[in-house]
Design a protein around this ligand. Structure first.
Ligand code: BTN
Length: 327
């Protein structure tokens, strides 16, 4: 956890245009000069442009786009989601960190969110890796303890897709689609992926960690996925505020999650169906890990499985997989 670096950066941000003396910073943070210099170096390594030195004072050259808990907390409109925050400049993976917290027996309040500026081992679905360029994306995981059986776990991933769909449409004005089960597309290219991981007993989800990666401000994507992936910046032609998208998401997700706790899955299924062009009448081919299933989509069942009708009129319900081809 990089809490001390956050405090230092926050202190520098409070004095944007002025140099703050090293002595004052060290005193306010309760550390020695040498520790302060070490932390300044760490922030610089994390790409933050800080001018100056111990004796002349330190100053930020430009306001950095960092998802500082101090900035998020002061604007949170939620009751549980994001109330407890961890923030890293570098972490292996926010999902992995979340499961370490749980397995080491830390007391983790529901709605805890782990945010990273960059990940060294970001993970995608089906064992893939997730490209996690510093500052460009939003990489975060939310920890939940839903009172639900494991069979309902996929619904929370659909709920996350719906919440991010709503957040991004509201903030950017872009037209967003959801590709089953939970990729978010803009102009038919993916800009957001979701990786949900559960620890469960046979009839109860003990912990659910939902990791979300949003390509927000990438100027370009690596050549190997440039034909199918994009960023909100590329799609809209302008820089996007990561913090605004995150705050919108927290609020949207909390509403949908509370609605589930009060009324069950209906709200999630209805919204997903409304916002995804893949829900009905779409010719697709899914790979479920074992075989390929081709047909026309016929909506979700009450557990969030996708109904597919094959050419003989037989309907199958698919719980997980990858859409490998679509028209
Ligand atoms: C996918 O589409 O394959 C899912 C990608 C999920 C990426 C996010 S980034 C934050 C969280 N931490 C991870 O290691 N993965 C998820």
């Amino acid at each position: 956890m990089d809490r001390k670096l956050d405090e230092l950066l926050y202190a520098l941000m409070q004095n944007m245009t002025l140099a703050v003396s090293g002595e004052k910073l060290a005193k306010d943070l309760g550390v020695s000069h040498s520790t302060l210099v070490r932390w300044i170096d760490k922030l610089r390594e994390a790409g933050i442009d800080i001018r100056g030195e111990l004796f002349t004072g330190f100053r930020l050259v430009r306001l950095p786009d960092v998802l500082l808990p101090q900035l998020i907390r002061s604007r949170l409109r939620t009751r549980i989601i994001g109330r407890n925050l961890y923030h890293f400049y570098d972490v292996d993976s926010t999902n992995t960190f979340g499961s370490r917290l749980i397995s080491h027996g830390h007391k983790v309040p529901e709605g805890t969110v782990i945010i990273a500026e960059s990940q060294t081992a970001g993970r995608g679905r089906l064992g893939r890796s997730w490209h996690s360029e510093r500052e460009a994306g939003i990489y975060f995981s939310t920890i939940l303890f839903p009172k639900a059986p494991p069979s309902l776990a996929p619904l929370f991933t659909l709920a996350t897709a719906v919440a991010m769909h709503n957040a991004v449409e509201r903030y950017t004005g872009l037209d967003i689609d959801i590709k089953w089960p939970n990729d978010l597309l803009v102009g038919s290219k993916k800009f957001c992926g979701i990786l949900s991981e559960i620890q469960a007993e046979v009839d109860l989800v003990k912990t659910l960690i939902i990791g979300v990666g949003v390509n927000a401000n990438h100027e370009a994507l690596p050549a190997e996925f440039a034909d199918r992936a994009t960023s909100l910046r590329i799609a809209s032609g302008r820089l996007q505020s990561r913090i605004e998208i995150l705050l919108e998401f927290f609020e949207e997700f909390e509403n949908i999650y509370m609605d589930f706790e009060r009324k069950g899955p209906r709200g999630i299924i209805d919204q997903w169906t409304r916002f995804s062009s893949f829900a009905n009448g779409r010719k697709i081919e899914i790979h479920d890990g074992v075989r390929k299933i081709a047909g026309t989509t016929r909506g979700l069942n009450p557990l969030g499985a996708l109904r597919i009708e094959d050419k003989n009129g037989r309907v199958e319900e698919i719980y997980s997989g990858d859409v490998v081809h679509w028209e």
